[in-house]
Design a protein around this ligand. Structure first.
Ligand code: FAD
Length: 326
């Protein structure tokens, strides 16, 4: 029962990065448990070659099942069938809305224990123990399982993608009879959320703006600075400004947004709340600009600048442009 089954979300001919992280994490943990990490892809005509590439992230076997794309219930059916017919102790999800829905549905179907928003998984006594931040991320709870199968749903991008060098994995198509509820819904159309093209996770430099920008228009300062750095830089935001509609959710950093670790994280007008900190604290260099010398962000910044961002950020932009031109 030491095997781990990982759900791998795929669309547009690629496997979602969050799922690659989950497969890598499962491979590491299964190795410690003395078992194997397997992955499962569900969809209409899953590309077996694409599925097999998960071997490069540590999956020893990849299952594929036929079902409609983009819906949770068919995946619940497929994973329940795989678990009932296999030898799995855990099911792992990278997070994201679909991961939460499938994980919760699978837990209900199997009568299994579920740990959500997990940021780290440890092996203790031959079993997995999931760490979940609680009370606004001020404490960590350890979650272990009494059910035969434990369901673990990670926080978005909590698990690092690691190539195993293992080469492609064998792919096995499984037959699944879809339940009645799995055939009730139909996907009519798929749209992109505004800002979905914002790639903050891949950026080496992040210029993040908070409420101190004063208004949505304030993001122009961040965009100009990111532009001066070139295409290695991206603009991000706090939840306060995303909630205010100043910036798209795709750029949100923190507990309910993305987790990033760029070489440089420049925070302009951000107070440094714990829920923001958890999404960016692993950045190599943190520079903060805040007019309040007592702002919490200075407690975990490598360089702090006390002053008005409206004066400082344009000067930085000019300095970077001048440096690049010289
Ligand atoms: C369950 C939960 C989940 C959450 N998830 C997230 C999350 O994922 N991400 C996240 O970011 N937050 C999250 N939050 C919200 C978080 O608690 C903070 O409210 C938020 O991060 C604050 O955003 P901010 O720093 O932009 O705004 P504020 O806290 O209002 O800070 C604005 C800062 O700008 C400074 N400032 C103002 N004017 C200027 C100026 N002209 N020049 C320089 N500095 C200036 C101020 O001194 C202040 O420090 C969450 C909260 C909860 C309860």
């Amino acid at each position: 029962m030491a095997n781990i089954l990982v759900y791998a979300l795929h669309y547009d001919g690629a496997i979602n990065k969050n799922s690659l992280g989950a497969v890598s994490e499962a491979a590491k943990l299964a190795g410690e448990l003395g078992g194997e990490a397997h992955a499962i892809l569900v969809g209409a005509g899953v590309d077996a070659t694409l599925a097999g590439t998960l071997g490069n992230y540590g999956a020893k076997k990849v299952l594929t099942a036929e079902g409609p794309d983009g819906l949770a219930q068919p995946v619940v059916d497929a994973m329940a069938a795989a678990i009932e017919g296999g030898d799995y102790g855990y099911a792992l999800f990278g997070g994201g809305l679909l991961g939460f829905e499938i994980g919760a549905g699978l837990a209900a179907r199997l009568g299994a224990g579920v740990a959500m928003e997990v940021t780290q998984i440890n092996v203790d006594g031959g079993k997995l123990v999931a760490e979940r931040p609680i009370l606004g991320d001020t404490s960590i709870s350890d979650i272990s399982f009494r059910s035969p199968v434990g369901i673990i749903i990670g926080r978005l991008n909590a698990f690092e993608i690691k190539e195993s060098g293992g080469g492609d994995a064998p792919v096995e198509a499984i037959d699944v009879t879809l339940s009645e509820q799995a055939t009730k819904a139909t996907v009519l159309t798929r749209g992109e959320q505004r800002g979905a093209d914002i790639d903050i996770e891949g950026a080496a430099i992040i210029i993040a703006g908070g409420r101190g920008l004063g208004a949505a228009e304030g993001f122009k300062l961040c965009e100009d600075l990111a532009g001066a750095f070139g295409n290695t830089a991206a603009v991000a935001a706090t939840r306060a400004v995303v909630d205010a509609g100043w910036y798209p959710y795709a750029g949100q950093i923190g507990q309910t947004g993305k987790t990033v670790a760029p070489k440089l994280y420049l925070a302009a007008g951000i107070s440094g709340a714990i829920q923001h900190k958890v999404g960016m604290q692993s950045s190599e260099n943190i520079v903060a600009i805040n007019k309040d010398a007592n702002a919490p962000i200075f407690e975990f910044s490598d360089l702090g600048i006390v002053g008005d961002l409206n004066k400082i950020v344009p000067k930085l932009t000019d300095a970077i442009k001048a440096k690049k031109a010289s």
